[in-house]
Structures are given as C-alpha cells and as structure tokens.
Design a protein around this ligand. Structure first.
Ligand code: AMP
Length: 465
C-alpha cells in the first residue's frame, strides 16, 4: 500500500513542494476532491485534474442534458480521435492565434509525424465530413460530440489544460434559421443542466467585407498606438481583429470607440445577421449584441456567439460556451465549398457554475431512438411560427424532426416518411392565419385540423397510445 500523503506547508496547488519548505509530519484527514501537495507519490500533470465520483453526478447531468437536447433535434453523435496531424489545426484555426502560437500540445510521434492533441473539435469534424464523403448524405449533416480537449493554457479557475466540451456542428446549410436553431440548442442544454443562459452575439462578416473593416480598424488603432498594451501593439500588426478581444484596462477605452464591424457588413452578411436576430427574437433567445465579440479562431464567418450565465451584479465571467458560422472552413481543408455552423460548451465550467449554485441532481428522462414527430412548414410566416412551436413541443419531451431551411412541402413529407415518424404536423399559410395546424397520421394519411393551443396535449395523448 502506498504511504498516506502528508500535507506540506507549500500553499501553491503545484504538487511540487517549494525548495526547503517544511513538511508537516502529521497526516491530516482529507475531504474528497481536496488536492494534497505530496511529493511521495505520482503527481498530477499541471493543469490536469481528476473528476471524482462526488462531482461526476453533475457531469452526468450535463451529459444527459446534451444527449436529450441533441437527440431530440436529430443530431447524431460522432467521436473523432484526440490526436490529429498538427497541420489540420494550424490551417483551420489560423497560425496567428493564441491556440496555435502558445497553447497547442504538438509533438513528434515515434514514427516522426508532427501530431497534436486536439485543442477543439470543429476542425476534426470538418476533416471527417470531407474524408467520409458526408457531402453525399442528406444535408445538413448534424453531428454532436463530447470529449476532452487540450490547451496549454495558464491554469487557473475555470481554465484547465484538459477540459471537456459538449458541442455540435451543422454542416451543409447556410440558411439563417439554422444559426438561430443552433444557438437555441446551446442554450437549451445550458438551461436543462440547471443554469440561466444569456447569449452575446455579433457578426464577423465574410471574406468580402471583413478585409475592409480590418483596414478601418487598423487605421483607427494606429492613431491610438501609444495607449495600447504590448500585446495589442503586436496584434495591430499580426492579427488586428484580436484587438477587440483585449481585456486589459488600458485598451478598454480605445476599444470602446473603435469602428464596429456591423457597420461594415456587405449586404449579404447584413441581411443574414438581421434574419438570425429575427429568428432569435421569435425563439425568445435571451441575447445581447456585442460589437467586440470576434472569438479566437480564424475560421469564423458571419454569426459568432458566446453563452454566459446570467448573474446579477457579477463582474465579467468566463464564457460557458461559444460558436459560430464557418462557411469557408471545409473548402480551406480541401473539401467542396460547404457552409457550416457549430458551438461548444465547456462542461467543466458548467459543472463549476452548478457547484456554485449548489445544484443537486435531478436527471431528465433520456429520449431514445428516432424522432416521434416531424414538423413541416410552408412559407416564411409559417417558419417563424413553426420554430417556436417546435421548441415548445420539445420542452414537453417529444422529439421532433424538421427541415426549417427547406421550403417545399413534398421534400419535407418525403423526409418524414424516411424517418418513419407516426405523425407530421403541417403549418401552411392558411393555418398561419387561422391559428391551427394539420396533424397527419403517416400510416393512414388522415389529416386533422387542430387548434394550435391544444397541439401539445393532443400529441402527448396520441403518442402515449
Ligand atoms: P472555444 O473553443 O475557445 O470557443 O471554447 C469554447 C468553450 O470551451 C469556452 O466557452 C469554455 O467554456 C470552454 N473552454 C475553453 N478553453 C478552456 C479551458 N482551458 N478550460 C476549461 N474550459 C475551456
């Protein structure tokens, strides 16, 4: 048996005791989860941590919330390896970013290949999409993942070198309704985990309009160069968009008066952003516009967002998650031009927030298997109402498939047939006007007109038989 660890007087969490520090010789009883500075046994690598059974219940809660929300929205789970060619991340995330310059675990494997521990999953999923010809599947392809990521960050509260993300990618669809639905999925997971989410949102434009904005930004920051921190002086030359991300006090006032990217968006990006916000309004997503939100990865285009916990009077907190659109990434990695959007939630941070709130575990029932109903819509008005109705149905634990980015009813009904759902709810222009929906029994083809207020109850009854 290994000797009982002794607590020494070195106060750092770093397990290596300071030179010459006195060691208390009495063994002290430990609480579960407490880290002991012991030099007698194997050490935890700095920035890594164990997840102990007492904490695991909260982790399972976030897992269940993720599984339920993703599966009820027709996401399939994908697992990619934790190790990839280093060049995959360099090409996608961008060489002049903190992750690539400072934080990636890169090394040569015994065969001499330069490999990296994944710092995030989007690049791996984009690679898998291309490699496995997912472009020939019905689009969009919706994938979700859960797993450890690695960044050689400075360890501190909420910042670890191995951390877990629960995330998703929707590849092959550029319609703005998808952006709002992806954001909705992220906040639904955070909510189901037991927190109160708030979204920060911005648009970073596209390769047509962003360069012009960057020129404006650089011109403005040059006039204020003497007020900038050392890092920002470098960013001004190497990666100007990241100037907007600086947290240093001295740069804040400069940032406050900087030109805003939303004023420079091309008509297409502007229209996209406005429509995303309209869909977010319809879905009652709690969001705030954040003109300085740019995020740390180069591949983002158009919509970017972060999720925080809504707390009153608190200072700036760390984001629980973030994501955005990446319409150029697949092409950059050698695929066909294919739009995509995704997000990742930091599970460690969600669990920390739950612990702070002293949340107990109340697991939700998991939905298994195929979606129970399909929701078809016809026309823009119907789409706006349908996205809200579908969320309401999902909140009642009914899994719903849909294709809100498509317009034709025929294609939607074909999809409903392929999925083998028992019922399809149809919301057309007539139903928009009279406050009803059609519920179609997919076996017999019989359609009933149902008052929208009674829809959820009626579906529950039908599905229970
Ligand atoms: P990113 O991939 O940088 O957009 O990060 C997405 C989410 O992952 C963040 O909002 C955090 O919740 C989480 N995250 C990122 N880096 C870390 C880290 N070093 N430790 C813990 N969580 C992290």
């Amino acid at each position: 048996m290994s000797p009982r660890p002794m607590r020494n007087s070195n106060k750092r969490n770093d397990p290596v005791p300071a030179k010459g520090s006195p060691v208390v010789s009495e063994p002290i009883p430990l609480k579960e989860g407490e880290v002991v500075n012991s030099s007698s046994g194997p050490q935890l690598v700095r920035g890594m941590r164990d997840i102990l059974p007492s904490e695991k219940r909260l982790w399972d809660r976030v897992w269940r919330a993720s599984q339920l929300e993703f599966e009820s929205r027709e996401y399939d789970r994908i697992e990619t390896p934790i190790m990839e060619e280093a060049s995959l991340f360099q090409r996608s995330i961008g060489r002049v970013t903190d992750i690539i310059e400072k934080e990636m675990y890169v090394f040569e494997d015994p065969g001499g290949s330069r490999v990296a521990l994944r710092p995030e999953a989007t690049a791996s999923i984009a690679r898998a999409y291309i490699r496995h010809g997912m472009v020939s599947l019905p689009q969009p392809v919706r994938l979700w993942y859960w797993g450890p990521m690695f960044r050689h960050d400075r360890p501190q509260a909420g910042r670890y070198r191995q951390f877990f993300q629960s995330g998703a990618e929707v590849v092959g669809e550029q319609h703005p309704v998808v952006d709002a639905q992806v954001i909705m999925t992220a906040i639904a997971i955070v909510r189901r985990s037991g927190l109160d989410p708030l979204v920060s949102i911005n648009s970073t434009g596209c390769k047509m309009c962003r360069p012009q904005y960057i020129e404006q930004l650089v011109a403005y920051y040059r006039t204020r160069r003497s007020q900038l921190c050392q890092d920002c002086k470098k960013r001004l030359v190497r990666n100007p968009l990241r100037l907007l991300d600086c947290k240093e006090e001295q740069c804040k006032s400069v940032k406050g008066e900087a030109p805003q990217i939303v004023d420079s968006l091309c008509p297409e990006c502007k229209d996209h952003f406005v429509r995303v916000l309209e869909y977010c309004d319809e879905l009652e997503i709690p969001y705030q516009l954040s003109s300085s939100l740019v995020r740390g990865l180069d591949y983002y285009t158009k919509t970017v967002f972060e999720v925080y916990e809504r707390t009153e009077g608190a200072g700036r907190q760390d984001a629980l998650g973030g994501g955005g659109r990446y319409d150029g990434l697949l092409e950059l990695l050698g695929g066909r031009p294919t739009p995509g959007i995704g997000f990742s939630l930091g599970v460690d941070r969600i669990v920390n927030a739950l612990k702070e709130k002293q949340t107990d575990v109340a697991p939700g029932a998991a939905i298994e298997g195929a979606p129970q109903i399909f929701f078809a819509q016809l026309g823009e008005q119907a789409r706006r109402q349908a996205i809200v109705l579908v969320e309401r149905i999902r909140q009642e634990g009914i899994s719903v498939a849909e294709q809100f980015s498509k317009d034709g009813l025929k294609g939607q009904l074909e999809r409903a047939n392929r999925l083998g759902v028992r019922y399809t709810v149809i919301l057309g222009q007539k139903e928009v006007l009279d406050g009803t929906v059609l519920v179609r029994d997919m076996e017999g083809g019989v359609q009933e007109i149902i008052d929208r207020q009674k829809l959820v109850e009626m579906l529950k009854k039908k599905l229970a038989t």
